[in-house]
Design a protein around this ligand. Structure first.
Ligand SMILES: [Zn+2]
Ligand SMILES: [Zn+2]
Length: 226
């Protein structure tokens, strides 16, 4: 197993000066085609959010999000390399990489942060399934209520499907959308991306473990009646 995530969690605080972070998401288009949004790639897969969003708990309206006793809230990594590493996992392929500002109520972990207020500041379109940088988005035929899920693809793989250009998505979202040429390090041979950046135990799972540890601590306290 990969090493345990060491917990350097701060008490829950509020933060007005945002932390910069990186995360993966699936791009979404509103049903009427006028708004761009995203969904999470693991937790939060069923809920679309816009460029500026406040976390809400899907399981309970009784607590503010994020909460120690729940896994709700937005998540991001501190380091771009961790988000890029996660994108190599087949289950997260065809996502896009978001640069975000994380603010509001938050929990700080060694590799990431869980927080209440999110502003997406840039989108990197990632890779087509064939390996080339994505150049357009096409509809996947899936989605959540009110939103269609988009797929980043290269122009060859888009075929004759109607494309939504990165520029169009950028206009709808109000943030820059970049072709992620750096995601294909193996075609340039110019970067230092090392195999250890792609741990078997993905960084997001490590973050999940941190959260489970936190819940266990709470449970221990409750069962000891303290
Ligand atoms: Zn919750
Ligand atoms: Zn392709």
């Amino acid at each position: 197993m990969a090493g345990r995530l060491s917990l350097r969690r701060t008490p829950q605080e509020r933060r007005d000066v945002p932390l910069r972070g990186y995360k993966l998401a699936y791009p979404m288009l509103s049903a009427d085609g006028t708004e761009a949004g995203f969904t999470g790639v693991s937790l939060g897969r069923t809920h679309a959010y816009r460029v500026t969003a406040e976390a809400k708990c899907a399981q309970s309206s009784r607590h503010q999000s994020p909460s120690r006793l729940c896994d709700c809230g937005f998540y991001c990594f501190h380091e771009l390399a961790d988000a890029r590493a996660l994108a190599c996992d087949p289950q997260y392929q065809q996502s896009v990489l978001l640069e975000v500002d994380a603010a509001g109520r938050y929990f700080l972990y060694e590799r990431g942060v869980r927080y209440s207020k999110q502003t997406v500041t840039a989108v990197h379109a990632g890779l087509c399934a064939c390996g080339w940088p994505a150049q357009v988005f096409v509809a996947t035929g899936t989605g959540v209520v009110g939103w269609r899920k988009l797929l980043p693809v290269c122009s060859t793989c888009a075929g004759n499907r109607p494309p939504l250009t990165l520029e169009h998505f950028s206009r709808l979202a109000g943030v820059p959308v970049h072709r992620d040429d750096r995601a294909v390090a193996f075609t340039t041979g110019s970067t230092t991306s090392a195999p250890e950046l792609v741990p078997l135990l993905s960084a997001e799972v490590a973050l999940l473990h941190a959260r489970l540890d936190e819940l266990q601590t709470q449970l221990d306290k409750l069962t000891k009646g303290s």
